[in-house]
Design a protein around this ligand. Structure first.
Ligand code: ADP
Length: 511
């Protein structure tokens, strides 16, 4: 039954996310720039009102006279030419938001607007006067107090306060002037509204453009995905066509195709392997069945029963040997068989294995000799290296007739160790050489069926795995009728680690 595909949420899609990130980035950029301009504008406007107040303050000195008389007490006057429209305007402007008190905070004069804003408290005035007069004070009149205040309607004002003196007695008085900030606020608000429109428009346009561009960029990805969907286990020969654009996507397609190629190869290998395994298992099983049938239906004497049972047992042995070997090989190839590397003297290992083979070699009438340097240290898995040499030597002895010779040579050629196993045996015909490392591959002998004593065809696969696991290389030369020569090159590896006992588990002595 075909699985129903749930509709994908738009927000999950790459296109949406790309556009959203782009829009977010764009929004941050635009709003950031607009806010920066606004802040700059606010500073300029602020500077302007400060300057304006500074100028008014300076002008006050020219127009305001405060005098203290012994008899009449205090008097203050605004001296200006009322006929002069400029002067009148200036004084009028100054006096629009203005407060004059004595040093104790008693109000002498104030404008109505100032009353609206709120007359400064006497304590505040006294404190400010004290502050202005407190030493060090090169110029007490230059001390200014800036505040921003609002009237009861919420309109903002900037107030500049400080002290002035009567000329004769140098007695301090408190003076505060203000300017409305409403204009600045209006300008800033207008700027904000002016900026919002274009920013929102640009954002919308940018997002649409982003959506369109992300769509364009992703269309080929979707095409690739659709092509990939058509590929399944049964039609692994399909490939996704590249767009010949030589871009990242083509690279992705090529990589994907290469992966499919590898998958196809391993599928093929797997199929071949299952065929081989079933074939290999069927042969002994059929034989066992045959032996048991003989025992059941035709055997009459105890001797015949025994023979049938012994034969069946031999076949069972072979069966379990195959199963064990397969298990080990599959563990090795799936990476479950971890190497237990340590600093090992390869010369010692070669000599040990050769010693073990001297008796079977003598029995077969084959001369077995080894040439090794006094020592050849390498960072390897001792158990696996022993297994590798054992497999090569047992093959060499198996395929070398009487009076032949098997020679193993070890040479240290930093950073490699070279191991050569050569024999004067029957050799391997050229057409079989590329396959001898394949699982279950056996070079057919004179007859078509493998001889009963023939191996499983797994030994060299395991040798190849061991060499590969040690990052080494293996090559083979052979001349039928003259002999075979296996050459292995192993990196010596890090020769520094201290020698240690290897806790390897000899799973099987020989494959
Ligand atoms: P087997 O267990 O059958 O020896 P291997 O994988 O070790 O399996 O070897 C695969 C085949 O390669 C063998 O069946 C044999 O025909 C051939 N072969 C391996 N080593 C030699 C050798 N030294 N001389 C001749 N043939 C060899």
């Amino acid at each position: 039954m075909a699985r129903k595909r749930r509709p994908r949420r738009v927000t999950r899609g790459l296109r949406f996310r790309l556009t959203a990130s782009y829009a977010l980035f764009f929004a941050i950029l635009l709003i950031g720039v607009a806010a920066l301009f606004r802040a700059r504008l606010a500073t300029v406007l602020d500077d302007q009102v400060h300057d304006a107040l500074d100028q008014e303050w300076a002008a006050v000195k020219g127009y305001l006279r405060i005098e203290i008389y012994k008899g009449t007490g205090l008097e203050w006057h605004w001296y200006y030419d009322s006929e002069d429209p400029d002067e009148s305007l200036i004084v009028e402007r100054i006096r629009r938001i203005y407060l004059l008190t004595d040093a104790s905070g008693n109000v002498l004069e104030r404008s109505n607007t100032y009353k609206d804003i709120g007359i400064d408290k006497p304590e505040l005035i006294q404190q400010r006067v004290r502050l202005a007069l407190a030493p060090p004070q090169p110029d007490a009149a230059a001390k200014t107090f800036w505040t921003e205040r609002r009237d009861h309607n919420g309109a903002a004002y900037l107030i500049r306060a400080g002290i002035v003196f009567d000329e004769k007695h140098q007695a301090p008085f408190y003076l505060a002037l203000g300017v409305p900030l409403a204009n600045n606020e209006i300008i800033l608000r207008q700027y904000t509204w002016f900026a919002v429109g274009p920013v929102a428009g640009a954002l919308l346009l940018g997002s649409l453009l982003g959506w369109f561009m992300a769509g364009r960029a992703l269309t080929p990805v979707l095409a690739v995905a659709q092509a990939a969907q058509r590929i399944s286990g049964s039609n692994l020969s399909l490939r996704i066509p590249t767009r010949e654009a030589n871009d990242e996507l083509d690279y992705l397609v090529l990589t994907f195709n290469r992966m499919i190629e590898r998958l196809e190869a391993s599928f093929r290998q797997m199929r071949q392997f299952s065929t081989d395994v079933s074939h290999e298992l069927r042969t002994p099983i059929t034989a066992i069945r045959g032996q048991l049938e003989v025992a059941l239906f035709t055997a009459k004497t105890t001797e015949q029963y025994r023979d049938a049972m012994v034969n069946a047992l031999q076949d069972i042995d072979r069966l379990s040997q195959i199963v064990r070997a397969l298990l080990l090989l599959s563990q090795a190839e799936s990476g479950q068989l971890a190497l237990q590397k340590a600093r090992v003297d390869l010369s010692g290992v070669v000599r040990d294995v050769v010693d073990q083979f001297q008796i079977p070699a003598g029995a077969a009438g084959v001369r077995l000799s080894a040439t090794t340097p006094p020592s050849c240290k390498a960072y390897v898995d001792r158990v696996q290296i022993e297994r590798m040499i054992t497999n090569l030597l047992s093959n060499a002895l198996k395929f070398t007739p009487e009076r032949g010779a098997v020679q193993i040579t070890l040479r240290a050629e930093e950073p490699f160790a070279e191991l050569v196993v050569e024999d004067t045996g029957r050799g391997i015909p050229k057409q079989h050489l590329p396959h001898i490392f394949d699982r279950f591959y056996r070079v057919p002998g004179s007859g078509s069926a493998p001889a009963p004593d023939q191996g499983l065809g797994l030994g060299l696969s395991f040798v190849a795995w061991i060499v590969k696991a040690h990052d080494g290389t293996i090559t083979v030369d052979s001349t039928p009728g003259e002999g075979t020569r296996f050459r292995i090159e192993l990196p010596i590896g890090d020769a520094h680690p201290e020698p240690q006992d290897i806790v390897g588990q000899p799973i099987m002595n020989e494959l």
